[in-house]
Design a protein around this ligand. Structure first.
Ligand code: GRG
Length: 299
């Protein structure tokens, strides 16, 4: 196994242990509470690559931040990512029955519970980051909260999802519009994950900017491979339905550039991602190998 895969497996294990601890904290004497926390656990504890927490931990190590705080921010970003999947799977949006190889939350529970579980996961993420256990300095915690809110909200992931829904009625035909949509919908959380460790470690503006540029390129690579897997992947490996974009006539980079064009664009972005980290020298090699992992992923 490559160094990166080993590191990702180690960080996934650590973040899952913390998430299990946080989500076990349910007040369990009330049946409705048990159901809500059960739905949250169903979503969050169902596996997944845990790529975003891995990025938080790697950028934290690169910038000298404490591991415990980085783990908490990693758990928070995984909660936000998982909430977005729960809501995206709802009948009002993508209407999916399968996620991470399990029935989606609205299938295993019901729609109202899935909406509320998603709301609670999003809110819990902010509670975790704002807690003094994440970092002793209040201004540092506020900087992470601010960046996370910007990444998750109307100017980030939610805005991207809205553009994506609008594109179903009116498919996007310009590459720049598709890139902008993806930067918001998928890229914003990935970019946040890359700078969160730098914020926690008190990195300087140049270092934060370098990680931002790296995260930006990585987010696009991630989305291009997601589009490629939607065309070429299989549902068993992906743990979800594939071929949905084509079925809905959605404009994607793969649709506009073709499979080979999209692949070479992803490789070009991987070179940009690596160059963005020049300021850190060889110390950033582990983070650099993330783009190869994302390029080669099968799920
Ligand atoms: C509902 C506010 C709201 C937003 C939804 C993320 C998202 C926005 C929709 C999911 C649709 C989708 C398949 C996007 C492509 C990129 C993506 C986020 C894939 C899933 O992330 P992975 O591969 O999943 O990291 P795991 O399961 O490994 O965590």
């Amino acid at each position: 196994m490559s160094d990166f895969k080993q590191q990702l497996a180690r960080s996934a294990e650590a973040v899952e242990a913390l998430l299990a601890e946080i989500l076990a904290d349910a007040p369990d004497e009330v049946a409705a509470d048990k159901r809500l926390w059960g739905a949250m656990r169903h979503s969050v504890m169902a596996g997944g690559k845990r790529l975003r927490p891995g990025l938080v931990l790697m950028s934290a190590e690169l910038c000298g931040a404490e591991r415990r705080g980085a783990l908490r921010v990693g758990a928070a970003i995984e909660l936000i990512h998982s909430y977005s999947l729960v809501h995206d799977d709802l009948p009002a949006m993508d209407d999916d029955d399968l996620r991470r190889g399990q029935p989606t939350v609205h299938i295993a529970y019901d729609e109202a519970t899935a909406i509320l579980a998603g709301d609670a996961m999003l809110t819990l993420a902010f509670e975790i980051v704002a807690d003094p256990a994440t970092h002793k300095d209040g201004a540092t915690r506020a900087a992470v909260v601010l960046a996370m809110a910007r990444a998750a909200g109307a100017g980030g992931m939610v805005g991207g999802q809205m553009r994506d829904l609008a594109a179903e009625a009116e498919p996007l035909t310009r590459i720049t519009d598709i890139l902008a949509l993806q930067e918001h919908k998928t890229g914003a959380l990935i970019e946040f994950s890359c700078i969160a460790g730098a914020l926690l470690g008190g990195a300087d503006a140049d270092q934060i900017r370098a990680l931002e540029r790296f995260g930006h390129a990585l987010g696009l690579i991630f989305q291009i491979t997601d589009d490629l897997l939607d065309v070429e992947g299989n549902a068993a490996e992906m743990g979800k339905a594939v071929g949905k974009d084509a079925d809905r006539g959605k404009g994607t980079l793969v649709g506009l550039m073709g499979i080979d064009g999209a692949r070479s664009e992803a490789r070009r972005l991987a070179e940009n991602a690596s160059k963005a980290l020049e300021i850190f020298g060889a110390r950033a090699n582990l983070l650099r190998s993330v783009s190869d992992f994302v390029l080669d992923r099968r799920n």
